[in-house]
Ligand binder design. Structure first.
Ligand code: LLP
Length: 429
């Protein structure tokens, strides 16, 4: 178990006298006080990669826009804001969260293949100033945005989302930069649009955005996409567009599976170097945005759950826990691997185990066929690397209230979202 923490480089988690701590807080105590299932985040683990990214991009004029789809808790947004981070949004709801966290418009970008009229209007009027960039993904969206801009008498800063047709070599559900996928506009589509730009007098084309996928482990596809985007930007500049920014998306993979050697995480300094070397000579007013999600949030969170029952059948054990696909859908949806470790180490005996939830689906598992330490009812387990796309993708399936969320900083912990009640579940019905 200690080996797992070491291999995943989760420095904010460690066993002290066989008890698991997140920063300086005992996770068993948190489970006891707040109940399970329970999301717990480490402030330190959020800020560490942020600082690394900030350092790596120092030579440029840049904004790091955290992809809040990976974790949208208001206190997390405030924490990141306080530490110099902007936000990447994808919906009106996410813009609303930004407004509540008092994120300035200049630090926000809006992406998304299907923004509605009211969402575009929201972005355009966000705190009166609008936002840094609306990343437009289709001709229809451009036309609608022009119509809104004219009506609202506003000039709107936009980027076009470029689909470079580059394979990010990730899970097919997480790839977004191939022509066959719904995202962005290909080169010809963009060139054709620029020919009729007089139809969009209130839209200022300031650059391009890309995002070729998520959970990427190879630098090459990212580098290829960045280079292609730069060349395309220069071409657009030659055509007279006031090019002054690029948004490079997110996508860096994090290590989830301690024994999978293919999950080799890219170094942030290396990633920064590639970006700086490609974009450094674009002029001193040129601005680079990146949209890391998982890079900041992935390792920062754990999901604490409690063993309810153990069932044995044919040499195999099922640990039935109180966490499920409703709280963490990644294993069910992407066959994603999450390491699971006990909150208290007791003995070294392991057995082949499926760790499954109470939801009425065979896909409701958090781990299959694991060699797992023998556990008993009431034991607390920590599902690791659950900070990204955990709580934000949780659902009420089987009418399960959403878990509470806790933020830990050194030896302090605070509730940053209350556990839902049954009454919360029927609000509005
Ligand atoms: N920018 C855009 C436009 C995106 O669509 C995404 C993620 C990001 C940035 C952040 O990507 P990241 O740095 O986190 O890889 N639910 C999946 C991941 C879906 C990612 C969607 N887009 C999962 O649990 O693995």
């Amino acid at each position: 178990m200690k080996q797992i923490l070491k291999k995943l480089k989760l420095n904010h988690l460690q066993y002290q006298n066989n008890q698991l701590f997140i920063e300086n807080v005992n996770v068993s105590a948190l489970a006891k006080k707040h109940g399970t299932p329970l999301y717990v985040y480490s402030e330190h683990a959020f800020l560490n990669p942020l600082k690394e990214l900030q350092k790596a991009l120092q030579p440029l004029s840049y904004t790091i826009c955290f992809a809040m789809k990976s974790n949208s808790n208001l206190q997390i947004l405030k924490l990141l804001k306080k530490n110099g981070c902007g936000i990447d949004t994808v919906s009106g709801g996410e813009l609303f969260r930004c407004e509540k966290a008092k994120i300035p418009g200049k630090d926000i970008v809006l992406s998304g293949v299907g923004k509605s009229e009211s969402e575009l209007k929201y972005a355009l009027n966000y705190r009166d100033t609008g936002i840094r960039s609306i990343n437009v993904e289709s001709e229809g969206e451009l036309e609608l945005l022009q119509k809104i801009a004219k009506k609202e008498k506003k000039k709107v800063k936009i980027a076009l989302r470029f689909n470079p047709n580059i394979n990010a070599k990730t899970h097919p559900y997480l790839s977004t930069g191939l022509k066959k996928e719904k995202f962005g506009l290909d080169k010809n589509e963009i060139l054709n649009l620029t020919k009729k730009w007089h139809q969009f007098p209130d839209l200022e084309l300031q650059g391009l955005s890309i995002h070729i996928g998520s959970q990427i482990f190879e630098m090459k596809p990212l580098k290829d996409a960045f280079l292609e985007t730069k060349n395309f930007l220069l071409q657009l500049k030659e055509r007279g567009f006031p090019i002054k920014m690029v948004d490079l998306g997110g996508g860096l993979g994090v290590k989830y599976d301690a024994s999978n050697n293919k999950e080799k995480v890219m170094s942030i300094p290396e990633y920064g170097k590639v970006i700086c070397s490609i974009f450094k000579n674009m002029g001193k007013d040129f601005h680079v945005c990146i949209e890391p999600g998982r890079t900041l949030s992935g390792n920062a969170g754990i999901l604490l759950t409690k063993v309810l029952y153990e069932k044995k059948r044919g040499g195999k054990s099922f640990l039935i826990i109180d966490g499920s696909m409703s709280e963490l859908i990644r294993p069910a949806l992407y066959q994603a691997h999450h390491e699971i470790i006990p909150a208290i180490l007791q003995g070294t005996k392991t057995q082949n185990t499926d760790v499954v939830g109470p939801v009425c689906e065979s896909g409701d598992f958090l781990a299959l066929d694991r060699d797992f330490p023998k556990s008993r009812p009431n034991d607390v387990l920590a599902v690791l690397s659950a900070g990204a796309y955990g709580m934000t993708m949780s659902s009420h399936y089987n009418t399960r209230p959403k878990p509470a969320e806790i933020l830990v900083s050194k030896n302090k912990s605070k509730v940053i979202r209350k556990r839902e009640t049954y009454e919360d579940l029927i609000k509005g019905e």
